[in-house]
Design a protein around this ligand. Sequence first.
Ligand SMILES: Nc1ncnc2c1ncn2[C@@H]1O[C@H](COP(=O)(O)OP(=O)(O)OP(=O)(O)O)[C@@H](O)[C@H]1O
Ligand SMILES: [Mg+2]
Length: 244
Amino acid sequence: MIAPLSTNLSTRGALSRSMAVALSCEGLWKVYEMGDEKVQAVKGISLAINQGEMVAVMGPSGCGKTTLLNILSGIDDPSAGQVMVAGKQLFGISDDERTEIRGREMGFIFQKFHLLDVMNAVENVEVPLLLLGYSPDDARQKASLALKKVGLADRFDHRPSELSGGQQQRVSIARALVHDPSVILCDEPTGNLDSTTSTQVMDLLAELNQAGSTIVIVTHDDEIAKRCSRVIRINDGSIIFEEE
Ligand SMILES: Nc1ncnc2c1ncn2[C@@H]1O[C@H](COP(=O)(O)OP(=O)(O)OP(=O)(O)O)[C@@H](O)[C@H]1O
Ligand SMILES: [Mg+2]
């Protein structure tokens, strides 16, 4: 008997959801040319991050973690190789197309927060939505919800300089998740925080992951790595091994 079309579709949907790749790269290289000297920061990295994963990228200082993350983010371009996010290629397309894909599919969290100090918390969180063309009212509503989600309902009007480090990082987490991106990329998100605040920020990221967000975290912190589903270890620009 032929199964009803709706059953087929929903089964296929569930299968493709469980196996879907959120972010991948193939044969990535980054060579910086400094006069006569060449620095090979990333040397032929290929990887795939599935939807719903929380992955840590670890390795010694200078091994190429930030360079890799910046290329996966479309902030920097590779010397060779390709990045795919939500099934779309990130390089070999126009700058406008790349900006559009980054704005829609990615959220970013940085060690130094990178919030705009001329704006208060809720305005900072609205930025990605306004860039995507949301109306000011809709952007305000979604940004308010995101700030409540990270426990900052009572800090909407505070500017970054009027918030603690942990609160600033929570604003940046709200900004990273407010547009429901396919993947959230973090470069040492707890690097500027004390251990208690780090744990709180990490609890929040783990909560988001449990709710379905795909997260990639560059970190030096073993405690963070322990909470991830997979750890990718890098040395001298290459993946040396992966741990589940
Ligand atoms: N813009 C640049 N121009 C030239 N060389 C660079 C540039 N950015 C990074 N590098 C070099 O590339 C290598 C990788 O740097 P990267 O910042 O990716 O390291 P990292 O693993 O993030 O280190 P850390 O843990 O200290 O943040 C380093 O040797 C660095 O000096
Ligand atoms: Mg770095």
